[in-house]
Design a protein around this ligand. Structure first.
Ligand SMILES: C[S@@+](CC[C@H](N)C(=O)[O-])C[C@H]1O[C@@H](n2cnc3c(N)ncnc32)[C@H](O)[C@@H]1O
Length: 646
């Protein structure tokens, strides 16, 4: 039973909770016990007897025949196997052991078990953690298996250890950051999309920054040991605040929770903690599964999560989709796109506030009957015209509006709006590209919204430079400036899913559900309007240095998330840069600048990044590269993958 359908949560957003079980040769009973009595959604269970060793079987049989190593596939229905069982690969396997027999047995067993899981159409198998820092043979073997696998996912079990007291490698005696172990393994497996992580959550947690790295990784499950739980005043299991936040993070990232271990408390029904064996005789004596109170607590945490705010509910439909960025200058936007913009009331409220302030500054009370010429350039279907008229009404100022729009289809709507809203005599519609319009008079205020996720990437600078001819010398531009920002991110799930990073280059990443932000954003390019600089060049170049917080450990950078912040007028701003983002605004998602080859950053190293804004006669584009810690290729040379047409 899913953890609960809550008002505010989409049905697809329900979360599932599994339980880790020991080997039982009666898997039908094991499943019924955990699903029916325990109310868990799935079981992570060994598929083979843990005492099985291929070498022993061969020795005992004279090396001629291989005895059955697992039960029959008929004991469960195909849908039970695929929906309710995750295969747990024998924990004893050690493919990098010095002991050759163990190593060979391990390889045979791993291949047999996964072939069996494949035969059963299981959705996933849990691979045991690598036994030592060096795991090349294990990875080689898994990589071989991955090449011939159907749809099954392989979850590599990785302990969520602190770096400072990270597990000591048994062979080398070195400290192992478990993220590095995962990183080596997935690199050896060529970032295969069917290889992901199952995190073992322990009672002590790494730092927030170190934990944050995992949210950019392809983590499918979080295994929470009963040892991790505390006991509340009433004797029930509960988790520390940090663990609670972590579980909410997992829920938010669609990571399934698995409870593991034995009941450590006297919280179940009388007699239940004596239960180590769940044969049907005992079932009758029990009212509760020994881990039921742990599941109830996980369900309670799910229920306690705040319902999604309206903005996030809207964003759900766009999570981790890659979309081509708009080309509003070169192309004509469609009605549906305008409609989406127009629902974003927060954006227009900010514009209305900015226009009100500008009108009050420009026209003192004693001159309130003087008419201000306001031009909305790139008027679309009119929302900024409406916001400007409302600002005039609110401030008691008189305005005359020109609505300039180059999309002939949107102009049709503008004309009908004039009639519908009674704007005749106040609003003049101009069907023209602002760069070429011969205006009959100059504007006091120029209002525009030509901003992309990265601020200038929809060519606002080029359009407004063209429109500046008809702005009075002392005229006001709303926005008055905008700045782009980038920050390095781990986005491994997306990187894996969209196997070609070249695909990234021409696409915007919607919502960053599966990314981890590794360092605070830094500003890249700024544009100011009116543009009074003497050079008037819109080309830009910026070198940036990012440092990872000390307690992060190593991390993989897959690219850069890009944002903008715009000053509309004085203190009224609009933007998506996370630390100052305008709340409840959904017109823009972050843009993603990928790296063809991800860069691994070691603790203490810094990331040197170079960004260029390049302008040609018919297009504008960005180029970028990483120069340190290791120099990488130049991206998007001459705008070959992503450019915006003038
Ligand atoms: C991002 S939309 C904003 C539309 C509307 N102002 C709103 O907020 O919903 C930008 C609009 O500017 C128009 N546009 C872009 N460049 C233009 C140009 N050079 N001249 C006139 N209109 C332009 C586009 O056709 C589009 O309708």
């Amino acid at each position: 039973m899913p953890l609960g359908d809550k008002p505010g949560w989409e049905k697809s957003e329900s979360r599932y909770c599994g339980v880790e079980a020991e080997f039982d040769d009666d898997i039908a009973n094991l499943l019924s016990f955990n699903l029916n009595l325990g109310a868990f959604d799935f079981v992570v269970a060994p598929l083979m007897n843990p005492t099985y060793r291929p070498s022993l079987v061969q020795a005992n049989s004279g090396g001629t025949c291989v005895l059955p190593f697992a039960g029959s596939d008929l004991v469960l229905s195909p849908s039970q196997w695929s929906s309710h069982v995750v295969g747990k690969i024998s924990h004893w396997i050690d493919l990098d052991s010095e002991d050759e027999t163990l190593r060979m047995d391990s390889e045979t067993t791993l291949k047999q078990e996964i072939a069996w899981a494949n035969h059963l159409s299981l959705q996933a198998c849990l691979l045991p953690s690598p036994k030592s820092k060096s795991c090349a043979n294990y990875a080689r073997c898994v990589n071989q298996i991955l090449q011939g696998l159907n749809n099954i996912q392989l979850w590599l079990r990785i302990p969520l250890t602190k770096i400072d007291d990270a597990s000591m490698d048994a062979n080398s005696g070195e400290l192992v950051d478990s993220w590095e172990q995962w990183n080596s393994f997935r690199i050896l497996c060529e970032h295969h999309s069917q290889l992901s992580v199952a995190l073992d959550v322990l009672s002590s947690l790494p730092s927030v920054h170190s934990l944050g790295r995992w949210f950019g990784e392809s983590v499918r499950a979080a295994i929470i040991s009963t040892d991790t739980f505390l006991t509340n005043a009433r004797g029930y299991p509960c988790l520390s605040k940090r663990h609670q936040n972590l579980i909410w993070g997992f829920f938010n990232h669609s990571i399934q929770v698995v409870v593991s271990g034995t009941s450590l408390r006297n919280t179940a029904a009388p007699g239940s903690d004596l239960v180590t064996n769940h044969s049907s005789d005992n079932v009758e004596n029990l009212q509760k599964h020994p881990l039921r109170s742990y599941l109830d607590y996980i369900g309670y945490l799910f229920q306690k999560m705040d319902p999604l705010p309206q903005q996030e509910r809207y964003e759900l439909g766009y999570r981790d989709f890659l979309q081509s960025p708009l080309q509003p200058l070169m192309d004509n936007l469609e009605a549906q796109t305008y409609e989406t913009f127009e629902k974003d009331s927060m954006k227009y409220m900010q514009y209305q506030r900015a226009v009100s302030k500008a009108l009050l500054d420009r026209v003192p009370n004693e001159e309130a009957n003087v008419t201000t010429v306001l031009m909305v350039v790139g008027a679309g279907r009119g929302p900024l015209v409406r916001a400007s008229l409302q600002a005039a009404e609110e401030t008691g100022r008189k305005i005359k509006v020109y609505a300039v729009e180059k999309n002939p289809n949107a102009v049709v709507t503008l004309h009908s709006l004039v009639k519908l809203e009674g704007w005749e005599g106040i609003v003049t519609i101009i069907s023209c590209d602002m760069r070429y319009w011969d205006a009959p008079e100059k504007a006091d205020i120029l209002v525009s919204e030509l901003l992309g996720s990265f601020g200038d990437n929809e060519l606002s600078p080029e359009c407004l430079d063209g429109a500046q001819r008809f702005l009075k010398e002392d005229g006001i531009s709303i926005p008055s400036s905008y700045t782009s920002f980038i920050q390095p991110v781990t986005a491994s799930k997306l990187y894996n899913d969209v196997s070609s990073p070249f695909f990234f280059l021409s696409h915007t990443l919607s919502v960053f559900m599966f990314s981890a932000r590794l360092a605070p954003p830094q500003s890249v390019f700024e544009f100011t309007h009116p543009n009074n600089s003497t050079t008037k060049s819109n080309e830009r170049y910026k070198k940036l240095l990012f440092e990872l917080p000390d307690d992060t450990g190593s991390a993989m950078v897959h690219g850069f998330a890009g944002y903008f912040d715009a000053v509309l007028y004085k203190d009224v701003h609009l933007g998506i840069e996370p630390s100052t983002a305008t709340p409840n605004m959904f017109s823009w998602f972050a843009i993603f600048f990928p790296l063809r080859t991800p860069v691994c950053m070691k603790p203490g190293s810094s990331l040197e990044v170079h960004f260029w804004r390049c302008c040609g006669s018919s297009k504008v584009w960005y180029e970028w590269c990483v120069a340190a810690p290791t120099p990488g290729a130049m991206h998007n040379t001459n705008g070959r993958s992503y450019w915006v047409g003038l």
